[in-house]
Design a binder for this molecule. Sequence first.
Ligand SMILES: Nc1ncnc2c1ncn2[C@@H]1O[C@H](COP(=O)(O)OP(=O)(O)OP(=O)(O)O)[C@@H](O)[C@H]1O
Ligand SMILES: [Mg+2]
Length: 411
Amino acid sequence: MGSRILIVDDEVAHMRALCDTLGAHGYDTVGCASGAEAMQALQAWQALQAMQAREPDPSQGGRFQLLLADLMMPGLDGIGLVQAARAIDADLACIIMTGEGTISSAVQAMQVGALDYILKPFKISAILPILVRALETRNLRIQNELLERRLREHAVQLVRMNEELRVARMQADRANQAKSAFLSNMSHELRTPLNAILGFAQILTSEKLVSTPAQKKQFANNILLGARHLLKLTNDLLDLAKIESGALSLDLERMALAPVLQECRTLVDPQARLRGIDLRVAVPELAWVTADRMRLKQVLINLMSNAIKYNREFGCVTVHCGAASGEQLRISVQDTGPGLNDEQVASLFQPFNRLGQEGGTQEGSGLGLVLTRHLVEKMAGEMGVVSTVGMGSTFWIALPGCAGIDVVCTA
Ligand SMILES: Nc1ncnc2c1ncn2[C@@H]1O[C@H](COP(=O)(O)OP(=O)(O)OP(=O)(O)O)[C@@H](O)[C@H]1O
Ligand SMILES: [Mg+2]
């Protein structure tokens, strides 16, 4: 089907003849005897579009591709019609038909959006190229608009991609810096006990440096301490590496919590006794969790050991359980230590950051909490801390599970 042309002329015979002739040349013509009637035809198409609630598709244009309007008409004349029609469909190609004496008005019509004008009377062979040219111009305009729209969309996309790239690069830089800091801290942490081991071993094996049997025992003890520290450090580092590479395998099972906590308590009890810490474990007998047994113990021992280490002499550590949001069980480890201020809380969970405990009496490398949080999250849990300076801290974990009832104090 050829292009659709709306032909508007108050000389009805002329309008019909034009419809027939152009129809015979393959155009799909609709004739109207007035501007108002033509507007109705255009508005009907507009209403149809609105009803279909479709995004106007500029490649399709309106129902009519071309408006061929007489200039002088009673009521809405050619100029008014071109203006009103283009307000409905900006892609509509418009041509004005006019008599010899009104060329200046035809030019005026072109100023309001008509593409061309035809002088009456005309031969059909003379106007056919004008119609073809107007339709081609219309198509070019539509294609241009489409290209411009795509260009604008691409520009927006490009800006967004650039921004994503910038953020990704920033994140990669930050990760890189964190990795470098981690490596340099790790080397330092490994070197310190290794140097101590080497130093004491050198003294023990030296023939020049004579030491008493009591000193020898002390040096051997120091070597043992350094070696144990090194072993814990390397174990923690290996665990962290496994977690980061996704190679940590967990054996998740549903288990009663009381026996697990009892085992952990037995393991940290000697450490608590050394500092005169009162260790209380309050466990609901029916409480259960879904976790990896070995990793859960590692997590609980880390938290209980911290609560003992960073406590006052003869202080108290209380482990208790309760329901958390969702299907989770919350296990809290509360101490009566010095507590942490907001700045210190914000610096927790950073590898090798011991919050000033480096010079203190308590052993450690600052990996415990980082590892603990990773392990808890791997077991579909969460971890947090609440602390008040001068009162103490409560480190808590929440894991899939249930608190049950009947709290049993095993202190
Ligand atoms: N219960 C607590 N009360 C006060 N400070 C704490 C507590 N737990 C941890 N901290 C602080 O957070 C730091 C980091 O704890 P984390 O357990 O990660 O390392 P660490 O105990 O120093 O060494 P390790 O790797 O052997 O556990 C500690 O050095 C300590 O300063
Ligand atoms: Mg620790």
